[in-house]
Structure formats: structure tokens, C-alpha cells
Design a protein around this ligand. Structure first.
Ligand SMILES: *Cc1c(COP(=O)(O)O)cnc(C)c1O
Length: 386
């Protein structure tokens, strides 16, 4: 069977290419979740406890993606325990600023702004400009934090993650929580715990990338009070206060004197099927482990490399189980690489390859989204174009 718009995805877990394949067990878990109706508050509490256990955080919330996680994290930091403020978002009161390094800004910061936050930039990405060696420093956050600061936002990468503890310390010294976007920071599995351990008050991961959950899922983990606020701003709250009885571990209602109307997160709703799929993916991700996952992916790129001219293909991260092994295809120059990329996408079943902004004369094969049936067709396409 061919799907409308079907492609061979050798580019990785990109949303525009329908994200990653579902982990084993995910579809079955989604089907099992269909067998009965549930009270979504209790189902969410169950998912939150599983996310907390997997991340080492106090609490957790299943979301409709990491971007939704950022929206909910921002909403939680802007409104805290104040249900009138929850109700008013995205109109904020004085507490409205999120401090973020210029070099951490990206298209997903729209999710923070959607909650009502105004972004206050710090740092200067001088390495990007070729003008210096420094990007952003903890004192710059400390200097920018004031009475209007609701949070610090940190977009985690392999390169900057070591800075989080001292930046979190600067934020906490001023009483401000830290939101970490770690959407694509898996593998390694240890990163599920790392950012919380390093001081994040809230961290979000994508469920549809390497985790292997449905494309429209994500994890939010962090402080119990902030997760409760995020949950209150995303759950369906068409219920009388007296009838709303979540488990206190998830939402401690003694902290709240009322219930907001549906919050800014209600537009990022997540159904039970997706939650069931996300939890099954999380279980599989933890059970498989980095080494076995890496070996499975390495098998795919090694088999493919064996079908290609030796001088044109090299395996990257072949012995680093913290990373996804990739097959790098070398071209004479950037124009040749771009032409090959276009030819691959013009094939009867289009082939999408990865690119590396740091090396425009290369194309990359990322094994994560390749299905067993793709490998022969991909080898044939690559040999035709190389
Ligand atoms: C993929 C990604 C997101 C969005 O994740 P979704 O689960 O697709 O919403 C956010 N931030 C970063 C850095 C990402 O790579």
C-alpha cells in the first residue's frame, strides 16, 4: 500500500516528514486505550506519575508535543497558582517576561510568546558572527532578571548543556524558574534525567522524535506546583469546583481557591490514545537502552554503506552510543550536494536526505525513520545519484 505523499525518509524525525516510526507496542497500547472510557484527569495523573518516574522530576504532564510543552511551561510560570491569571492569559499582568539568550531563540519560541510572554534577550552570539569567543554568561541572566521576570528559557543542545547548572543557579538566586527545551536531546536516555538534575524547573521533550511515540505527543516534567498549573491550564475544566478531585500528587487543590475556565493550553489537547501511545513509547525507549538502539541503527547505515562506493560514504558516530549513527555522503562541493538532494526528491518515490549546515558539501542518511522495506530502494536511489 502506498500512502498519499509517501516518501523515503532518510532525513530523521522531522515533523514535516511525519516524525518518527512508532516504537513496538505503541499501536497496541493505543488500541487497548480505546476499549473503555476514562476520567481524563485521572488518566493524566497516571501519565504524569510515569513521566515523573522516568525523569526524576517531582511531577509530569503528557503534552501534544514539545512545542505544546513550551506553551504550557510558559503559561505555568506566568500564572503560577493564580487561577485569575490563568484565566487572563495570554493577557499578563506585571509578571510577563521570559529571559532567553539571543543564541537560544528559534521558531519554537513562538510557543512561549503564545502564552503571553514577552521575551527579553541576553548575551551576544559572537562565535556565530565570527567576532568573539563568548555567547552568553550567567551574570547576564542575573542582570536581566527583575520583578517582571516569570522564567528563564534555555534551549538545550550538546554544545551548551554544560552551562545549565550555573544559569539555573543564577535564576534560582533571583527566585525565577528555568524552562528547558530538550525536544530533540534524546538519545542519550540519561538526558531524560539530566536537565532536571542540572536545575531545570520544567523540561520538555518531543514524543514523536526518537522516543517513538505518536507525532503529536510530548513530555513535560518538573516542579509539582508548576506542573499542576500547566495541567489546570490544559485540562478540560467544564466541571464544578466541588466535583473536581484530582489526586493531590498531580494537582493539589488546597492550593487553588477556584477553577479557571479552559486555559491557553486547552487548544493543545491530548487524547487518551496519544497518552497511551506515548507511555508505551517511553517504556520501550527505556527498556531498549542506548547501546541496543545504537546497534540497531548502526546495522542499517552499515548495510547501506556496503552498497555504496567506499570513497563517497563514511559512517559518523559509529562508536558513540550517545548519538544517532549517520551515513555521510561526500560531494565535490555544495552545488553538487544540492543537485543530488533535488534529484533524490524528484524520484518516483521521493527520497529525503539530511543536510548539515556546517558541511554543505555533504548529505546525510539518518536511519531513525527508515522502514525495513525502504533499504533496497534507498540503496538503488543513492547509487543512481552518486
Ligand atoms: C522538534 C523541536 C521542537 C518541537 O517539538 P514537537 O514535539 O514537534 O512539538 C521544539 N524545540 C526543538 C529544539 C525541537 O528540535
Amino acid at each position: 500500500m502506498t500512502l498519499p505523499g509517501q516518501i523515503i525518509n532518510a532525513a530523521g524525525t522531522l515533523t514535516r516528514l511525519s516524525a518518527g516510526p512508532l516504537a513496538p507496542g505503541v499501536l497496541q497500547a493505543m488500541e487497548a486505550a480505546d476499549a473503555a472510557s476514562v476520567d481524563m484527569v485521572h488518566y493524566h495523573a497516571h501519565a504524569g506519575a510515569r513521566i515523573a518516574a522516568a525523569t526524576g522530576a517531582e511531577s509530569g504532564l503528557a503534552t501534544s508535543g514539545a512545542s505544546a510543552g513550551l506553551l504550557l511551561a510558559a503559561a505555568a510560570c506566568l500564572a503560577r497558582d493564580d487561577f485569575a491569571r490563568m484565566n487572563a492569559l495570554p493577557r499578563t499582568g506585571d509578571l510577563r517576561e521570559i529571559v532567553i539568550a539571543r543564541s537560544h531563540r528559534n521558531g519554537y519560541d513562538h510557543a512561549l510568546r503564545m502564552a503571553g510572554a514577552r521575551l527579553v534577550e541576553v548575551g551576544l552570539p559572537e562565535p556565530a558572527a565570527g567576532a568573539g569567543v563568548r555567547d552568553v554568561e550567567p551574570w547576564e541572566y542575573a542582570a536581566a532578571i527583575g520583578p517582571r521576570s516569570a522564567a528563564v528559557a534555555f534551549t538545550a543542545t550538546r554544545a551548551n548543556a554544560a552551562q545549565l547548572p550555573e544559569i539555573a543557579a543564577a535564576a534560582h538566586a533571583a527566585g525565577v524558574p528555568v524552562i528547558v527545551d530538550a525536544a530533540a536531546e534524546l538519545p542519550p536516555a540519561a538526558n531524560l534525567r539530566r536537565f532536571i538534575a542540572d536545575g531545570a524547573d520544567l523540561v520538555t521533550f518531543s514524543g514523536g522524535k526518537v522516543l517513538g511515540g505518536p507525532a503529536g505527543t510530548g513530555l513535560l516534567a518538573g516542579r509539582r506546583d508548576l506542573i499542576a498549573s500547566a495541567a489546570l491550564q490544559s485540562l478540560d475544566l467544564d466541571v464544578r469546583l466541588a466535583d473536581f478531585a484530582p489526586v493531590p500528587d498531580f494537582i493539589d487543590m488546597t492550593r487553588f481557591a477556584g477553577l479557571p475556565r479552559h486555559g491557553v493550553g486547552r487548544a493543545a489537547k491530548l487524547g487518551k490514545h496519544e497518552i497511551a501511545g506515548l507511555l508505551a513509547a517511553l517504556d520501550h525507549f527505556l527498556a531498549e537502552g542506548d547501546a541496543a538502539r545504537h546497534a540497531r541503527w548502526l546495522g542499517v547505515v552499515s548495510d547501506l554503506a556496503g552498497t555504496l562506493p567506499k570513497a563517497r560514504a563514511a559512517i559518523l558516530h559509529g562508536s558513540d552510543t550517545n548519538r544517532i549513527p549517520l551515513l555521510m555522503l561526500g560531494f565535490a562541493d555544495a552545488d553538487a550536494a544540492q543537485a543530488a538532494d533535488r534529484q533524490m526528491r524528484a524520484r518516483p518515490v521521493p527520497v529525503h536526505l539530511g543536510t548539515d549546515p556546517g558541511d554543505p558539501a555533504a548529505l546525510l542518511v539518518n536511519p531513525v525513520c527508515l522502514r525495513a522495506g525502504d533499504q533496497a530502494a534507498l540503496a538503488e536511489a543513492l547509487n543512481a545519484v552518486l
